[in-house]
Design a protein around this ligand. Structure first.
Ligand code: GAP
Length: 443
């Protein structure tokens, strides 16, 4: 079996091409030549995207007793971003512009900061470029706001609301999934660096003296998440961020990196100790008391551990891990070895022949039964069965179910009301009673 080589750039090209061809990810605004740094999720992409977010919520919110959900507005009072430090130098990247072709580059991504890598022209002076998208609110246009560059601040400004309404006990966390925007100088690598993306973030509020212990607890929890995404441990590694490279709010950060095909290791998600930087800054700037009051009346400003996950990077890693080429029945095939809980379709149902009404009728019965149970079940009656298998393999459908003449009991009465279930990874086929099909797929 010829497994993919992780470092092979063509693998990423093949994944991007599969994503377009099979309805996972399209270039944003494609019919107008696109808009750099934006991508649209097609029918299968939105399914994968939703599955990842649902699994994350299940693991980190519903699966725990110390977590609370939140969904804050994207637009916020501009003072939020002054207090958090995002309007300042801490949230900008170094930019250089070519004096000849006018292209702009991130200076820290260039080896030679004097010569344009595109046209050989002279590069101008380095300057700082703030990554926030600015916008005006209201008809007068005199109220400035920003598209949020991280979801985290929505959590900090609602800290008091959640404490007052839910009376949580420290340590506790607030979790949020939502869009974030950054005017990246050089968007690149498919969904890896884009200008509009989704984050899944947790701000975990703690007592200062517990930070090392709880940082370790989250480190383990993050590994459990990467396992749940089906990412092999050899393709994920930790990078301790050097003190000089830490974000303006962080005292310690570990980047969890994934070994992206063609790119090598790059950041997948971050785990940061944000101290009390944010609550303290918002308390000073807003005048609101953002403290936690213990039952005995003592007060303190909680410190924060922040695991921060990007949905797009998770999708890129999951697709990279799942993309497989092998040989089956003497033919090369491409398939996505997606975990069952992430695959866009749990199973596909088809009649052996689509011009036999009795087969179609029985197959529709099975399809509707499974659809009612799982929701994400595909109906596929195009082409011959072999072609259907290839098509479903390519989008990662774990099981294909075929209703044939045996199901009707016409040729073999013992096989009546059984169907063929074919496994995506091995190609093996087993006969399963229709009455046991749901349990079989759930196993
Ligand atoms: N609240 C902390 C925070 O925003 P970050 O390391 O800047 O920290 C967290 O971002 C995660 O968001 C990253 O690990 C990555 O998964 C994702 N992310 C950040 N910028 C991104 C971009 N331009 N495109 C895609 N994902 C991005």
């Amino acid at each position: 079996m010829a497994e993919k080589t992780q470092k092979d750039a063509t693998v990423m090209e093949k994944i991007v091409s599969l994503c377009k061809r099979r309805g996972f990810v399209f270039q944003g605004s494609e019919i107008y030549d696109g808009l750099a740094g934006t991508w649209d999720f097609g029918p299968l992409g939105v399914a994968l995207n939703n599955n990842i977010k649902r699994e994350w919520w299940k693991m980190f919110v519903d699966g725990r007793e110390d977590m609370y959900g939140l969904d804050a507005a994207i637009l916020m009072n501009e003072r939020v971003w002054e207090a958090s430090g995002h309007t300042g130098a801490g949230f900008s990247d170094p930019l250089v512009e070519c004096e000849k072709c006018k292209r702009r580059f991130r200076a820290d991504h260039l080896e030679d900061k004097t010569t344009c890598p595109e046209c050989g022209g002279k590069l101008g002076e380095e300057r700082q470029f703030n990554l926030m998208f600015e916008t005006q609110v209201g008809a007068q246009g005199n109220t400035r706001s920003y598209l949020r560059p991280e979801t985290a601040q929505g959590i900090f400004v609602n800290f008091k609301n959640v404490v007052d309404s839910m009376s949580p006990k420290v340590p506790f966390g607030i979790a949020q999934i939502g869009k974030a925007f950054r005017n990246e100088i050089a968007p690149r690598d498919f969904l890896f660096r884009v200008r509009e993306f989704e984050q899944m973030e947790i701000e975990y509020f703690i007592k200062e003296e517990d930070w090392e212990k709880l940082f370790e607890m989250w480190r383990e929890a993050v590994w459990a998440w990467t396992d749940h995404l089906g990412l092999s441990r050899e393709n994920v590694r930790e990078l301790e961020v050097a003190p000089g490279d830490l974000a303006h709010y962080s005292r310690r950060t570990i980047d969890f990196e994934y070994n992206y095909p063609g790119k090598g290791f790059g950041e997948l998600l971050g785990l940061a100790y944000r101290t009390d930087h944010d609550l303290k800054s918002h308390m000073q700037a807003s005048g609101e008391k953002l403290e936690y009051v213990e039952p005995d009346g003592s007060r303190f400003i909680p410190h924060v551990i922040e695991p921060s996950f990007g949905v797009g990077r998770a999708i890129t890693a999951v697709l990279s891990e799942a993309y497989t080429e092998d040989e089956m029945n003497g033919e090369t095939r491409v398939y996505l070895k997606l975990p069952k809980h992430l695959a866009p379709y749990r199973a596909a149902v088809s009649p052996l022949l689509r011009n036999k009404p009795e087969l179609v009728e029985k197959a529709r019965e099975v399809f509707l039964m499974l659809k009612k149970e799982f929701g994400n079940i595909a109906w596929d009656d195009n082409g011959n069965v072999g072609k259907r298998y290839r098509r479903q393999d390519e989008i990662g459908t774990p099981s294909c179910i075929v209703i044939d003449f045996d199901t009707l009991g016409e040729e073999n009465p013992d096989a009546k009301d059984t169907v063929t279930v074919r496994d995506r990874d091995t190609g093996e086929q087993v006969r399963v009673q229709i009455s046991e099909l749901i349990a079989h797929l759930r196993a």
